[in-house]
Write a new protein. Structure first.
Length: 360
């Protein structure tokens, strides 16, 4: 099992969504092939990849055959059962490793890991029953947010505990699952840092963007974020510390809240052990995109220059907004990225557009 790929080698990607698709598109110019593993027959990444396997993450025989056919395995979403990685690790190098997946799959483990590094997270408590919830609300107070520990995304699996809400109803709403209650932070801005770690221990961080959400789904990322140099440096230092703590190879994203109670400070919201929607601006704003950087890292190749040559506003095209694609193209400098998804659904990420203003 070689740790350094050669041109012509194959990257195995678990997950076939738009992130897998854009990883495969970034691997191609480097002379690398991709093999996508995904249960969904209509996976957007299949359209641009050399090979694909349609099988679920419990299919041990399919996982073994996949692992044997590739030179490194990576993943584009964090909800892959760790048992799948255990089967794969008998046959292939997995980057980023199991620890990153395990820590980030569970909001409680994730918060504890980050807090143990001396990095601020929101006050939180584990909640496994209605009685726990009542106790936790007694301690943390309202407003707070009840979140399922696992499988949440785009605000799914979350209930705001405001002054009015009945706790039994809230508990029902999350479906009686292992949860955490966290204090609702009086944030003034949401930002994220994308950090890349290489097998030799090198770390490079992209510039910091401001993320704006609509209906808890990322709508735009604006680069650069309107924050001080100090705060940007602090965000990058947090990215580096998390990469080091997880022995991380690949691109990692960290979502942060800016809180201003006199002086602005940072609180980590969550991490994702993968390329991230808030890094899509790098495709057209940087010398090397987050996707190329991830491929370089997991291939054991030198990281590229993550420097930014343009200011960018990234706008997600969600649901039927994708039908505006022609209007987007009316601006000749706008860079349109569509994900090739067959079916348009409300709330589904269908594409994005990068609006670019080169730095003179
Ligand atoms: P998801 O996994 O769905 O992205 P997040 O924990 O990132 O879940 O929550 C989605 C959004 O909800 C965040 O981007 C932020 O806008 C808001 N949010 C989540 N947690 C908090 C919090 N503790 N305080 C304030 N806002 C929050
Ligand atoms: Mg989030």
């Amino acid at each position: 099992m070689s740790a350094t790929l050669k041109p012509g080698d194959t990257v195995g990607i678990l997950g076939g969504g738009q992130l897998g698709r854009m990883l495969a598109l970034a691997a191609a110019p480097l002379g690398l092939r991709c093999h996508i593993y995904c249960p969904d027959q209509q996976s957007p990444a299949f359209q641009v990849s050399d090979q694909h396997t349609i099988a679920n993450y419990e299919d041990i025989a399919a996982l073994a055959a996949f692992a044997r056919s590739v030179d490194v395995v990576t993943y584009e979403f964090e909800n892959i059962p760790t048992t799948a990685l255990d089967h794969l690790s008998n046959h292939a190098v997995i980057r980023p490793g199991r620890m990153a997946l395990e820590v980030s799959q569970d909001r409680l483990t994730e918060k504890r890991h980050i807090a143990d590094l001396g990095i601020a997270v929101a006050d939180h408590m584990a909640v496994s029953s209605l009685a726990d919830l009542e106790r936790a609300v007694g301690t943390i107070g309202r407003p707070s947010i009840l979140k399922t520990r696992r499988l949440g995304y785009d605000g799914k699996g979350q209930v705001v505990i405001d002054r009015q809400i009945d706790l039994a109803m809230a508990w029902n709403q999350v479906g009686d699952q292992e949860c955490i209650l966290e204090a609702r932070v009086p944030l003034t801005m949401e930002i994220s840092v994308l950090a890349a770690g290489s097998p030799d221990g090198g770390i490079r961080c992209f510039d910091i963007g401001e993320n704006r959400h609509e209906n808890q789904i990322l709508k735009t990322t604006v680069i650069p974020a309107a924050i001080s140099q100090n705060l940007a440096d602090e965000a990058r230092a947090i990215g580096e510390a998390i990469i080091q703590s997880l022995d991380y190879v690949g691109v990692l994203s960290v979502e942060l809240f800016v809180v201003d109670d006199g002086a602005p400070r940072l609180i980590v919201n969550e991490i994702a052990p993968r390329v991230h929607n808030s890094g899509h601006w790098t495709m057209d704003g940087c010398h090397v995109s987050q996707f190329e950087q991830h491929i370089r890292a997991i291939a054991g190749w030198p990281l590229g220059d993550q420097g930014r040559h343009s200011d960018v506003t990234m706008v997600n095209l969600i649901g039927d907004e994708v039908e505006t694609w022609q209007n987007q193209l009316a601006d000749p400098s706008a860079k349109l990225h569509l994900y090739g998804k067959g079916e348009t659904r409300a709330g589904r990420k269908m594409g994005h557009v990068n609006l670019i203003k080169p730095n003179s």
